[in-house]
Write a protein that binds this ligand. Structure first.
Ligand code: SF4
Ligand code: SF4
Length: 203
């Protein structure tokens, strides 16, 4: 994921969410290595679900929206937000993409955490937050969960870190709605900043 630091002053939350995504990358890589857990090549079944099941916030969508604004492709993606699937879900895998996500490098937080983080079950056990495919991989290594239980990353505490970046724009919505709100925020901010620049140039 590449985001120019030039945007950090315009979007005060950006640097923090980029840093959190870098940390999450490291955390989930450690889990993958510890358990030798891996999604089957080309699988994207977890994305093939109603938008209500995948929640994101404006803050979590910022890197993606800035990227799409730079590419000037955001209108094409907005057109896809009326369907009840994530607008970025692709049913067919293409050569240059991982899984079925058209924006994999810029995907929001929940897509980075699902499969490779844990939660505390109501009876106190630490369980993976994962699909049945990955659950089977973790089940085969229950002893590792027991051994590292106090150090395994919890999805709720990482999600909370994201929400604390911005108390208003940290609220979560179904992913298509979150994208609509986030792109609106980005476009308005970008346009007003260009307007301010024009005024400064005239002055
Ligand atoms: S988390 Fe599960 S469903 Fe999603 S891509 Fe990985 S293996 Fe497939
Ligand atoms: S953004 Fe990508 S990874 Fe996340 S739900 Fe949509 S298609 Fe799946």
């Amino acid at each position: 994921m590449y985001i120019s630091q030039n945007y950090y002053s315009l979007f005060p939350q950006l640097q923090k969410i980029v840093r959190l995504y870098q940390e999450v990358e490291e955390i989930t890589s450690n889990v993958k290595n510890l358990f030798s857990a891996k999604c089957p090549e080309g699988c994207g079944q977890c994305c093939n679900t109603a938008c209500n099941n995948i929640e994101a916030s404006i803050v979590e969508m910022l890197p993606l929206c800035i990227h799409l604004y730079e590419q000037n492709t955001y209108l094409m993606w907005l057109d896809k937000t009326n369907q009840n699937l994530c607008p970025f879900y692709e049913t067919e895998r293409t050569n240059h993409r991982i899984g079925c996500c058209a924006v994999y490098e810029y995907r929001p937080l929940v897509c980075r955490l699902f499969g490779f983080t844990f939660m505390t079950h109501k009876f106190g056990a630490i369980v993976p937050v994962a699909c049945t495919t990955l659950q089977k991989q973790y089940s085969a290594k229950k002893e590792i969960i027991a051994m590292y239980s106090s150090n395994l990353p919890h999805i709720s505490s990482i999600s909370m870190q994201s929400m604390m970046i911005d108390s208003v724009r940290g609220n979560r919505y179904p992913i298509n709605e979150a994208f609509q709100k986030a792109i609106e925020y980005v476009v308005l901010k970008m346009r007003f900043s260009n307007y301010d620049e024009d005024l400064n140039n005239i002055a």
